[in-house]
Design a protein around this ligand. Structure first.
Ligand code: PLP
Length: 431
């Protein structure tokens, strides 16, 4: 299978080229030239045991330049944590994606990408720099996923003062092949700087440069796996007859893109609902038909504070740049910080379960569905232990820090401060 640019002006490339480039030369994002179907009734007839098996079945349909044995090995090494489906309330279920080392779903994609990239670089005897902008969770997942990976240097840009203390420590204390740049600006500024650097021929001449943002296919494609897996687990555990809806708490919309791909491939899923915080460019687009990116606003679900979602062009491409086609694919809901806190409290009171603010945005959106009679799987993207202050505020509960979080808090922050200026980033990268 080849991958084409959403802008349609660059040649189709292999998976390896798409991963190594990050974005297409015409400034577009790489997408699969077609979405391959799973075998008929795949979910109904799956008899395997693990997410790994589903991953191999799904990813071999897209990735033809890694042998099946090597792909299996990359998958098995990357996903060494569970992804269960649990019941939250009568009709609401959680697909728990937050059991990886940095306690967010991004570990799934980042760890897979680290494996794939190291594999390609070793095979070609090359070295690469991974450049990534983060609103909080990407940075820690990428830093941990790539820490110590052979042939790879990692540079992470994050907005100064706009990520939580835990997120910051997770990405700035590793050292080694991971450099963290603390930018005086917002996440959107960081993302702009990264995009510009990726397109800069001077930098590209000095090194092989790519991105580990969710714009990179090697992060996006593996995420399809857990939606297929979630649909299967739900069928096995809860109902063979009904088809569950799916809610995805969304910021840069990579996770939602993967969900749409999964459904298109044949995963047994009903309506897909995108839940955002007040950074609601996409819900707004679905209502008005006009896409108007804007500066992001800070919220409690900060990993979703995105004013110009990077993956939106992929969704548009999937829908033939037609808003009415997109309305058939996606519903959307916008949830405020007050509603997020109330949801965390309500969920705890009703079910005794503590959820993180990102998951809470999705749960609140799920409860707002009309009609609410369908069962609904919610992508639970973050672990509550990562957001202790917000959890305490909402529920009065103190959650203990995990051992890995305690460890990173004890280490010194090693970030380099920089202004929101492109020339400064260029200087740091070329030297
Ligand atoms: C990144 C993140 C999101 C948003 O995911 P996108 O793919 O960027 O839409 C949601 N929840 C958590 C916990 C995250 O870290």
């Amino acid at each position: 299978m080849n991958f084409v640019s959403t802008n349609g002006k660059s040649p189709a490339v292999t998976f390896e080229e798409a991963v190594l480039r990050g974005t297409a030369p015409d400034g577009g994002l790489y997408v699969p030239e077609k979405i391959p179907p799973l075998p008929p009734r795949y979910c109904q007839s799956f008899s395997g045991e693990s997410l790994h098996e589903v991953g191999l079945d799904v990813l071999s349909l897209f990735i033809k330049d890694i042998s099946s044995e090597d792909l299996a090995e990359i998958i098995n090494r990357a996903w060494d944590f569970p992804t269960p489906v649990s019941r939250l309330d009568k009709n609401l279920f959680l697909l728990e994606l937050f059991h990886g080392p940095t306690l967010a779903f991004k570990d799934v994609g980042a760890r897979f990408m680290a494996g794939v990239l190291s594999y390609f670089l070793a095979r070609d005897d090359k070295r690469a720099t991974i450049l990534t902008a983060t609103s909080g969770d990407t940075g820690s997942a990428v830093a941990h996923g790539f820490f110590g990976a052979p042939n790879v240097d990692v540079v992470i840009l994050y907005p100064s003062g706009l990520v939580s203390r835990l997120q910051e420590h997770q990405m700035t204390t590793l050292g080694g092949n991971v450099r963290a740049l603390e930018v005086s600006g917002t996440f959107d500024d960081c993302q702009r700087l990264v995009k510009k650097a990726l397109a800069d021929q001077d930098i590209r001449a000095s090194r092989l440069l790519t991105s580990a943002n969710s714009i990179n296919l090697a992060r996006l494609l593996p995420q399809i796996t857990y939606y297929v897996w979630g649909a299967i687990q739900w069928m096995k555990g809860f109902s063979e007859n009904e088809i569950p809806d799916l809610v995805v708490p969304s910021g840069n919309f990579g996770n939602l893109t993967a969900a749409l791909y999964a459904r298109k491939m044949g995963a047994r899923l009903g309506r897909v609902l995108a839940a955002t915080n007040v950074n609601d460019v996409v819900p707004d687009y679905l209502t008005s038909g006009v896409y108007s990116p804007r500066a992001s606003v800070r919220t409690l679900s900060n990993a979703m504070d995105v004013g110009d979602p990077g993956n939106f062009s992929r969704i548009q491409f999937l829908c033939g740049n037609d808003v009415s086609a997109m309305r058939k694919e996606i519903d959307a809901a916008r949830i405020t910080d007050d509603e997020t806190l109330s949801e965390m409290r309500r969920t705890h009171e009703r079910s005794g379960i503590v959820i993180d603010p990102h998951t809470a945005v999705a749960v609140a959106a799920a409860r707002s569905r009309v009609p609410a009679i369908h069962p609904c799987i919610i992508a639970a993207t973050g672990h509550p232990a990562k957001f202790p202050e917000i959890v305490r505020k909402a529920t009065g509960i103190d959650i203990p820090l995990s051992a890995s979080l305690r460890e990173s808090l004890g280490k010194a922050k090693l970030s380099i401060r920089m202004p929101n200026e492109y020339e400064e980033l260029k200087r740091l990268l070329i030297n």
